[in-house]
Design a protein around this ligand. Structure first.
Ligand SMILES: [Fe+2]
Length: 210
């Protein structure tokens, strides 16, 4: 598997992709685009990501960690949107196939956001799943610290990387951002944690549009 080029999404996956967000975002000012994106996340992000947090809570917790760590605007935006693919595919834990079937939410999310954001936003989105494989491969204690849902999806997503895969991953620009994002992703599943609301990220997201 290569990670540096867009992989073609199969028609099996494409049929699950909701086109409405992109259609709406294509029109209007940057301000309007953020409105559309945030409304969509607010509305569609109420389903559960795993046992303890909703998709929206997960996104907000991840973005808050990025912001607390003084990440760039693009990486904060990437953190906020890293799992947008799950929402676009309507994948959530009420659907029993969620995490058992891999619909490549990372690739769906990255490709979907490419017309709107630069590579510094979309590459960490695209790589946050192989980043988990990379970290599991290079850091023995990392895998043990994953949530049960994340351990399950690790297997579906390909398991341990070969040396060749690891080297290919390290050649991709922004791969370190993806590793950083991945560590926040793993921490962003805290039940009942109060997080800053979406509106906090309006200016940050708006300045990242291409
Ligand atoms: Fe995530």
């Amino acid at each position: 598997m290569t990670f540096d080029s867009k992989s073609q999404l199969s028609s099996d996956i494409e049929k699950y992709i909701d086109p409405t967000l992109a259609q709406e975002m294509r029109n209007g000012t940057a301000e309007r685009k953020v409105d559309t994106l945030f409304n969509y996340m607010e509305k569609r992000g109420q389903s559960f990501y795993d046992e303890v947090v909703t998709q929206l809570e997960h996104a907000l917790q991840c973005a808050a960690l990025a912001k607390q760590n003084d990440a760039s605007s693009t990486l904060i935006t990437g953190a906020l949107l890293h799992d947008i693919g799950h929402i676009i595919l309507d994948e959530h834990n009420a659907d029993k196939a969620f995490l058992d079937t891999d619909l490549s939410h990372e690739e769906v999310g990255a490709q979907y956001m490419e017309p709107f954001f630069p590579e510094t936003v979309t590459t960490p989105i695209r790589l946050h799943v192989p980043a988990k494989r990379y970290l599991c491969t290079t850091d023995a204690s990392y895998h043990d610290g994953l949530s049960e849902a994340s351990k399950r999806s690790f297997i579906v997503q390909g398991g341990v990387m070969s040396d060749k895969e690891r080297e290919a991953f390290e050649r991709i620009p922004h791969f370190r951002d993806a590793l950083t994002l991945r560590r926040w992703d793993d921490l962003a599943k805290v039940k009942g944690l109060e997080s800053a609301e979406l509106e906090t990220y309006r200016d940050i997201v708006q300045r990242c549009f291409i």
